[in-house]
Ligand binder design. Structure first.
Ligand SMILES: *Cc1c(COP(=O)(O)O)cnc(C)c1O
Length: 466
């Protein structure tokens, strides 16, 4: 590599560092919404593929300048959209190293350092979440791929338990029943379709979205053969948790595999204060979660965890003459569907190393406290109502009529102090706040409640009629 290339790394990274620092210095105070939509950003980009190349530092400047007005301040302590986390300094910095090192973390032998760091991160996660030591851990792009990874393992395991060979294909196997509660996340539905399990049979749910365990039992009793049950830790609207202890017991009697989608909710298991929400969780067979949500590592990082590590390797492992492997030890590519990938578990290690166990507990408790404080603040505003039982990080806000609630959501997002999603829950339009950023403190809550109060006033919500 010539000196010229070395200089280009240095100048391009210096520019990237300056732009990143500028973004991070201003992200908490800029309007949360983007200034431009995608078409607005497209208008700032040269649309024709250039014939000639450009210096790396100039490319970085051009990118940052074109993109900046179209960036959403997801790192703002007052961003509550979807369920998205911010990023911790140690995790972000580690992510930069991951890119610079460029280790294709599939196999322990060629990339020993990142494979080893990820193994430690995986063990720490299993420990923090109270799951069985020795469970297999895979770092996927997100909870969708983690759900898919786990459901593929589940599918194969229950087929094998019924005496068939999953490698022969689903056509040769007994049909697998796939069951879930009515509030099943769309990502589990997608993972069901991709895995060949199909769209789940829904067995009912209560008013918060918790699976109807009696309905699950009836559905399992109504059929026979292999079955996979998907439970949920953290509903995207209410934040509620299924009754794992009861549901696992019912599933066990039917010989079913139990998978838990805990994209953000699984983290409640790290908090002694929230333990009551996850009783029985550790008795499931597999779990999917995200580090890019609650743990606040940069996008992207999902985590697939399977109690029976050998089952995980049997379903997801790949073999080829050129892939070095030590027979008795799983490689990273044995736990996810990818052969090639970035070392996305390394920022997880960095986040956990910087927080320690105590810091993770404080993070999770802090998110739940902020959600409770938001709900309490909203309840004081005339004409507003919190629809869900706020047990974790989700708050669904509504007014007396759907059109006004929709208008309040739009007003809030346009005003720019805060950003929350509009959605529909239990037949009503809601503005949904998902507290997922480590920076959402009492001050952020106060400013958010103030913004909502201003919106309610501006829209005449709660004003006496006439
Ligand atoms: C976010 C989310 C998912 C999907 O996770 P991705 O990381 O976006 O793939 C699945 N389930 C629940 C409950 C979620 O909140």
């Amino acid at each position: 590599m010539g000196n010229n290339t070395h200089d280009q790394y240095r100048t391009a990274l210096d520019r990237a560092h300056a732009h990143a620092q500028q973004w991070l210095d201003t992200v908490a105070e800029r309007p949360v919404r983007p200034e431009l939509d995608a078409d607005g950003v497209l208008a700032r980009l040269d649309r024709a593929l250039p014939e000639q190349g450009t210096d790396a530092a100039a490319v970085v400047d051009e990118l940052a300048e074109a993109a900046e007005p179209g960036l959403m301040a997801i790192g703002s302590p007052r961003f509550y959209g979807f369920v998205m986390g911010g990023t911790y300094p140690a995790a972000l910095a580690a992510d930069w190293l991951v890119s610079a090192w460029d280790q294709n973390t599939g196999s322990r032998q060629p990339t020993p350092a990142t494979a080893a760091v990820e193994e430690v991160a995986g063990d720490w996660l299993v420990d923090l979440l109270g799951l069985r030591a020795g469970s297999g851990v895979g770092f996927a792009t997100g909870a969708t791929m983690a759900n898919l990874s786990c459901l593929v393992v589940a599918r194969d395991a229950v087929i094998r338990a019924h005496g068939a060979d999953p490698a022969a294909g689903l056509q040769q196997a007994p049909p697998v029943r796939f069951l879930a509660g009515d509030a099943v996340h769309t990502s589990v539905v997608l993972a069901g379709r991709l895995s060949g399990l199909g769209v789940p049979i829904t067995v009912g749910a209560d008013d918060q979205g918790r699976i109807d365990v009696a309905g699950l039992e009836r559905a399992l009793d109504a059929g026979e053969g292999p079955a996979v049950v998907a439970l949920q830790a953290g509903d995207v609207h209410s934040g509620c948790f299924d009754d794992f202890a009861a549901a696992v017991e019912v599933a066990r009697r039917a010989g079913a595999w139990v998978h838990v989608d805990g994209a953000f909710g699984l983290w409640a298991a790290a908090s002694p204060r929230l333990e009551h929400l996850v009783r029985g969780l550790a008795d499931a067979d597999s779990w999917a979660t995200d580090a890019h949500k609650t743990l606040n590592v940069p996008y992207d990082c999902g985590v697939a965890i399977v109690r029976d590590e050998a089952a995980m390797t049997a379903s997801l492992g790949a073999h080829a003459a050129y892939l070095p492997a030590v027979a008795s030890i799983a490689d990273p590519y044995d736990h996810v569907p990818e052969l090639s990938r970035r070392a996305r578990g390394v920022p997880v290690w960095a986040a956990l190393r910087s927080l320690g166990r105590r810091g993770v507990v404080d993070l999770v408790d802090g998110l739940a406290d902020a959600a409770a404080a938001l709900a309490a603040g909203f309840a004081e505003i005339p004409g507003l109502e919190v629809l869900n039982d706020v047990v974790f990080t989700q708050v669904c806000l509504a007014t007396a009529d759907d059109a006004t609630t929709a208008a309040l959501g739009e007003w809030l997002r346009a005003e720019g102090t805060a950003w929350a999603s509009s959605s529909t829950w239990q037949g009503r339009t809601v503005v949904r706040f998902a507290v997922s950023n480590h920076g959402t403190d009492a001050e952020a809550v106060r400013r958010t409640v103030d913004a909502v109060r201003r919106g309610a006033l501006a829209l005449g919500i709660g004003a006496p009629a006439g």
